[in-house]
Design a protein around this ligand. Structure first.
Ligand code: LLP
Length: 423
């Protein structure tokens, strides 16, 4: 038997498009967006969803996001440019980043984005004078660090107080006043993001309570928060025995907390926004590899090496992230399994999966890694001058390339030879 992904035989995909190969399912993206929207509407809340493009962006993805009727969170001029180049509506784009270059600020203001999220008081006069120079008003939100520990990997924790992201709570009121006084800024609301790959709703509810206290403080200072953006962070199961994030349970709890606290504080209920990245794109992607080497070390272990790795998925090396993998051409055949370690092809100990039970692997077998849609392609690199793989999009029975692979020629073509080294 073969392993199928959204009705497509992954072994045929490998034959048709080559490996390594990223595969993305459009239907899975749509289903995830629908789950978020449905869960919140079942809880009586009409929220705004902004897909966090840092998880996976390219022109086709921007179009899918637009077709889903949701907004986009961008974090660089590159992401914003890509979105605008597809005709993505600027008024549905949020611009983030703890660093924004003058060019990026100008692009955001000129295009008329939904808001630019301010991370530090020093940004206020910079964005105000850039807007003045362009004869425009810039919409800005204030990002606050809520001081919540999300119990996730320390490298993907952002909402604690010791972070480069967001204003410290005591900076908020003076910053909001400065925004109000600035002639070319329009205050849209508050933002927070506590971290990524969070499986439990407790830290989100705690962050909501803290943010509503800030909304109350601002209300008392005469400043209205129209929109409260709670950021992203919903986790996904990566291993077969892990549970799904309970979106319906979370939305219900969120709505009860919001109602209760807004009544308690006598404040109007702000429009709620969320910015999920991984939840939308993670399970929508797989990576297909070919097994290129098998090494048995008697009494130690079996190494299976594939034709990709660190370059197309740096997450195991960066965050000790765990993945599930299958041998696609031997899937479900009830073959005896053995423990193996899966390694990539870089000149590093790039372990992709430290230990997994698999049928005996041979050179030429097709291996599929599940749930690689988020932060794999978007974090890919060219170490060892290896090219970033091609991306294929599945849509019903169709499969089309949405990004071609980088070849060795592509990589070398960016090099310049100084005159004194020319032959
Ligand atoms: N909004 C903001 C302001 C963010 O900083 C992030 C992620 C998101 C939304 C989306 O978070 P998500 O829903 O995807 O968890 N490279 C790491 C993840 C870094 C996340 C950075 N910020 C990884 O591979 O796990």
């Amino acid at each position: 038997m073969h392993y199928y992904f959204e009705g497509h035989d992954t072994v045929s995909l490998a034959e048709d498009f080559g490996t390594p190969l990223y595969v993305i399912s459009e239907e899975r993206i749509e289903r995830a967006v629908k789950t978020i929207k449905d869960a919140f509407s079942a809880a009586g809340l009409d929220i705004s969803v902004y897909y966090a493009g840092k998880a996976f962006t390219n022109r086709a993805m921007c179009r899918i996001v637009e077709n889903c009727g949701i907004g986009l969170d961008t974090v660089s001029g590159g992401e914003l440019f890509t979105a605008l180049s597809t005709g993505f509506p600027a008024e549905k784009v949020i611009c983030h980043g703890s660093v924004k270059t003058p060019d990026e600020i100008e692009m955001a203001i000129k295009s008329g984005v939904h808001c630019i999220a301010i991370n530090s008081p020093a940004e206020i006069p910079v964005i105000d004078s850039a807007a003045a120079g362009l004869g425009k008003t810039a919409n800005v939100a204030l990002r606050v660090s809520p001081g919540v520990d999300p119990h996730t990997h320390e490298y993907i924790t952002t909402g604690t107080l010791d972070t480069k992201f967001g204003l410290m709570p005591e900076e908020l009121i003076p910053a909001a006043k400065a925004v109000q006084e600035a002639k070319h800024l329009n205050f849209t609301g508050l933002h927070c993001h506590i971290g990524s790959q969070i499986m439990d709703d407790e830290p989100f509810i705690l962050a909501l309570s803290i943010m509503l206290e800030h909304v109350k403080e601002l209300h008392e200072a005469g400043i209205t928060v129209n929109e409260l953006n709670m950021g992203g962070g919903f986790g996904i199961p990566y291993l077969p025995d892990e549970k799904e994030f309970d979106m319906y349970g979370y939305a219900a709890r969120f709505s009860r907390t919001l109602d209760g606290l807004c009544t308690k504080y006598s404040i109007p209920i702000p429009k709620i926004a969320v910015e999920p990245g991984r939840y939308i794109i993670g399970p929508a992607g797989i990576t297909i590899y070919t097994v290129c080497a098998v090494k048995d070390i008697p009494g130690v272990r079996r190494y299976i090496s594939v034709d990709g790795g660190l370059n197309d998925n740096p997450r195991p090396a960066l965050y000790q992230s765990r993945y599930n993998a299958v041998i696609a051409n031997k899937y479900g055949d009830d073959l005896p399994t053995d423990e193996a370690r899966i390694s990539g092809r870089s000149c590093e100990t790039d372990t992709l999966i430290s230990s997994i039970m698999l049928p005996e692997a041979e050179i030429g077998d097709i291996m599929v890694f599940e749930d690689t849609g988020a932060y794999c392609y978007s974090m890919a690199g060219n170490y060892n001058r290896l090219g970033i793989p091609k991306i294929v999009l599945l849509h019903g029975d169709e499969a089309q390339v949405i990004k071609r692979e980088q070849t060795a020629e592509d990589i070398a073509s960016f090099d310049e030879m100084p005159v004194w080294l020319e032959k």
